[in-house]
Design a protein around this ligand. Structure first.
Ligand SMILES: Nc1ncnc2c1ncn2[C@@H]1O[C@H](COP(=O)(O)OP(=O)(O)O)[C@@H](O)[C@H]1O
Ligand SMILES: [Mg+2]
Length: 302
């Protein structure tokens, strides 16, 4: 069950954050951090480490395991707490509200800033990582790549793409990023997958999506995870979100991924609105998007 860590934040003391960030540092070297190492990593006395570990474990922020030694790791709630603490210190957000969405690779919450914003915690690597570690001996620590790292990289990639693309491409405005979390504009819209378009809206909306893909390509990115689940329909158009897999246009697979994106989105429209969208030559359409001469999908319909 996903826990919103915002309620735990108020109970934490500054030294609890030192402890959590000590565990975070130790996790660069091993999945579980030995208790003795935490005095160095957190710069707390051994007694204080014990006291803080209990407090953090009680709140589900660290997990204890004893195999060859007693070790601790951050849970994703513990990592969320560290990111949230940083956003609060920077005054990026003042409070966290209801969930906006739970994906398989993220948890997204509404948060309060000078306006309502979306707070996205990346979870890439968390589930996979656990499976990988189960199969390995504990001594495999040298090959250790923490899920913290995978999730942080995904957040970085998404934030970089948003910063490059906003505002020329219709994406959520990026506001701040820390660790595995990003803060962005909250979009008021309905996911394309949950929208029933009127017949006369179908081709214009598809054109809007393709137009954003064309602009993104020329600003340097292919989305690479394009689908009806990653497009919002709003009162004034469409917003394309969920960019952690974005690939730079100069990447060797970029053109191929652009065609796959076109394929995904056009096939979705063709399945859902067969009256309006018939056969489309996806390769030719992707070529035109890449060459910046896209006008309308109508030119590609039989
Ligand atoms: N900027 C945003 N504003 C409002 N809701 C959002 C925003 N970003 C994401 N969401 C919601 O959270 C869900 C998951 O976000 P998404 O970025 O697609 O992550 P995932 O990689 O898990 O699919 C979305 O389907 C959407 O409902
Ligand atoms: Mg998504």
């Amino acid at each position: 069950m996903v826990q919103n860590v915002a309620s735990v934040m108020a109970e934490l003391e500054p030294e609890d954050f030192h402890l959590l960030s000590g565990v975070e540092q130790g996790m660069r070297f091993s999945e579980y951090v030995a208790r003795e190492k935490l005095t160095d990593f957190s710069r707390l006395t051994a007694e204080n480490v014990d006291y803080r570990l209990d407090r953090c474990a009680d709140r589900g922020l660290v997990e204890r395991k004893t195999i060859q030694y007693e070790g601790f790791k951050l849970t994703f709630e513990g990592y969320d707490t560290l990111a949230l603490h940083t956003f609060a210190e920077r005054d990026t957000i003042q409070g966290v509200g209801a969930p906006l969405g739970v994906g398989k690779e993220s948890d997204v919450y509404e948060a309060q800033s000078y306006k309502p914003v979306a707070l996205k915690y990346h979870r890439e690597g968390y589930t996979n990582f656990r499976e990988v570690m189960k199969e390995r001996e504990y001594t495999a620590d040298r090959e250790h790549v923490s899920w913290l790292y995978t999730a942080r990289k995904a957040a970085e990639r998404e934030y970089d793409a948003l910063e490059t693309l906003y505002p020329d491409v219709s994406v959520p405005q990026p506001i701040d990023a820390n660790r595995h979390a990003i803060v962005m504009e909250k979009v008021d819209g309905v996911e394309l997958s949950r929208t029933k378009l009127e017949p006369e809206q179908v081709l214009p909306v598809l054109d809007l999506v393709l137009d954003e893909m064309q602009t993104a390509y020329h600003e340097g990115y292919v989305h690479a995870d394009m689908s009806e689940y990653n497009v919002f329909v709003t009162s004034d158009g469409v917003v394309v979100f969920d960019w952690p897999q974005a690939v730079p246009t100069d990447h060797e697979n970029a053109r191929e991924l652009l065609t796959r994106d076109v394929d995904n989105i056009v096939s979705y429209f063709a399945r859902k609105y067969p009256q309006q969208v018939g056969d489309v030559d996806h390769d030719a359409l992707a070529d035109v998007l890449a060459s910046e001469s896209f006008e309308s999908v109508r030119e590609f319909l039989d």
